[in-house]
Design a protein around this ligand. Sequence first.
Ligand code: SF4
Ligand code: SF4
Length: 356
Amino acid sequence: MHRLKNSLLNPLFNPKKLGYIILYVTNRCNFRCNFCFYYAEIDKGRKPTELTLDEIDKITNSAGRLIQLSMTGGEPFIRKDFVDLTKIALNNTRAKYVTIPTNAYLSDNIYEYLLEILPKYPKSFFRLSLSIDGIEEEHDINRSKPGSYKKIIETHNLIKDLRNHFPNLVLDSNTVFTANTQGRMIDILKKLHSDFEFDNHTVTYARGKIRDPKLAVIAKKEYEDMNKMLTSLSYKSEKRYLYPIYRGVRNVSWQNLIATAFKDKYVTPCVAGRKMCVVTEEGFVKPCELLPHIYGNLRDYDYDIKAILDNQEAINSRKWIKNSKCKCTFECALAANVTWNVSQYPRVLLSALKNI
Ligand code: SF4
Ligand code: SF4
């Protein structure tokens, strides 16, 4: 019984067990991107109430085994204790897949982090996703940070060969689909594919309340063209455990995103608030980054994430999500909805076969 509780099968098949946490390790960031949905929090600067390592220890201990842990912000590598934070979170959750989105500006911090973490957790796969929103100066303008494209090249070159020593590192690029990038997306992706050595490229929609609302777009043709091109690119095989399945989930999520955004379809029930949740840098628990629902603060629940997910706010929120047939284009939730919905598995398998 104890073994089953601690196995990966528990978060995968137990409908009540949390499987995926999006942990905001900080709200601090050295960039001020105009499409950032977290800008209002970032503008507040360092919060004295940021979760401490001791608090993160209690929270992740209460979460138990996870399939996926995303550590985000803000810029995660700005936290000086990010190595220790990761060790604590991984010792407690033994998450199989870890995703860290980064603006890649702090090259040395990233390199030292990977050298310390990768050999310690060989059974966890660390997907570093470098945010790139244009080529050369275009990226610097879109990301509001002069010199940031040079830093992308520097970080990429510094860490890319670590994959030869540590097969648990996955190096991806991510570009945000905005009014500024939509017309250039295919050229940007082609250039990234030819000039860098990424394992995968992803494109995410500008979501939530962003600093410059004019950048949010729903451009069907451009998105579909980009999606076709992205899925047709030939990628090298990875060392990541079950990587064809991982890519299959991603491809089916993209198809579901198109059906949701452009055909107004409700494809799958959303698992946010039960299988997946967000923990903010101050300990608030929410189903996702988009709804205004807040289940409470972990500090008021003795850092017990299970207790918070069983409270009345969480129950009401999940009912609302189900009854309102809540849908959106948040890629992480779309991927979670595919992972935890057996009706999607035949499509995932089909797509996975193409990725072997
Ligand atoms: S999008 Fe990322 S890099 Fe840009 S301001 Fe927001 S958190 Fe920072
Ligand atoms: S569909 Fe989107 S907005 Fe609704 S609960 Fe899921 S992630 Fe949140």
